[in-house]
Design a binder for this molecule. Structure first.
Ligand code: DHB
Ligand code: FE
Length: 286
């Protein structure tokens, strides 16, 4: 891929992720309604106090304070707040939100979910370009409740990066719903989706988040993953990701979103594709 394409990708991703969040998650662009003042007071005070503690413990200088100030400004200018929060903060929120679940493990949603992907039958192929590159993957399984009852007509929303680690609607030049779909399970809660194995994904390196990573000597990689939202009436929706065994970044995901239960072990099926099975268990509505 050319350098120009990469650059366009990072900038477009940040801006699109910000716009998407404001449209889908907050409606008006102002979150916050509904959180009462006492809670805001507690949380904001503790976060600010934690910052003061770090400043005192490490004797932070004015020079460092000003570097931080200009970096925080640039994160907003680059549209990278969704990326920053989803990579370094969301996993803790997800852990708290799903702590009491008995069913399948969830993990972070990340910035690239788009509602309303094309509806597909239980046996299907995700929308993809002619000759879409990457190893074909047949992903199959069953959706049940916690007592094992099959959930017919459950919805399996899938989204994933292509073989270059790029997401449709966030990187330029990819068809709108490429590698995105809403799959309905059959009468026994089963599904069999043909797709391609995504590539490991590097969070954009040429924006503010990338500058932080470079300045701190970290790396920008996430292991290759499929994103899923699984939902059925009367059940808690599950937001999760599935990874691939042997991926070098499973042990050091920049977004800290890997859990041992979420690793697939795809096997060649002798017909040029890899095949992997995963069964989803949904908790009843709380
Ligand atoms: C980011 C991208 C992802 O695909 C993901 O799953 C999590 C985070 C990001 O760029 O912030
Ligand atoms: Fe992702």
């Amino acid at each position: 891929m050319s350098e120009t394409t990469l650059k366009a990708t990072a900038a477009a991703s940040g801006a699109s992720a910000t716009e998407r969040f404001l449209t889908d998650k907050t409606g008006t662009g102002t979150p916050a309604g509904g959180v009462d003042a006492e809670r805001v007071n507690t949380l904001a005070t503790e976060v600010i106090t934690a910052v003061h503690d770090v400043i005192r413990r490490h004797q932070v200088t004015y020079e460092e304070y000003n570097v931080l100030k200009s970096w925080l400004i640039s994160v907003g200018q680059d549209g990278e707040w969704p990326l920053f929060l989803d990579v370094w903060v969301e996993h803790a929120v997800e852990e708290v939100a799903t702590a009491v679940r008995k069913g399948s493990k969830g993990t972070i949603e990340g910035p690239y979910y788009v509602p309303g992907a094309p509806t597909l039958p239980s046996v299907c192929t995700l929308p993809m370009r002619d000759g879409e590159s990457g190893t074909p993957l047949l992903f199959r399984g069953q959706v049940t409740g916690v007592t094992g009852e099959p959930l017919a007509g459950a919805l399996l929303e899938m989204w994933q990066a292509d073989d270059e680690g790029l997401y449709a609607q966030f990187a330029p030049g990819i068809p709108e719903w490429n590698l995105r779909g809403s799959v309905a399970t059959d009468d026994e809660g089963r599904f069999a989706v043909t797709t391609i194995q995504p590539a490991p994904y590097q969070i954009p390196t040429d924006g503010s988040c990338g500058r932080l990573i470079a300045a701190a000597g970290w790396h920008a990689w996430r292991p290759a993953h499929l994103h899923l939202k699984v939902s059925a009436p009367g059940h808690e929706p599950l937001t999760t990701q599935l990874y691939f065994t042997g991926d070098t970044h499973i042990a050091d995901d920049v977004a800290s979103a890997v859990k041992p239960e979420l690793v697939l072990d795809p096997r060649p099926n002798g017909r040029g594709a890899n095949e992997a099975t995963y069964d989803f268990v949904l908790d009843p509505t709380a």
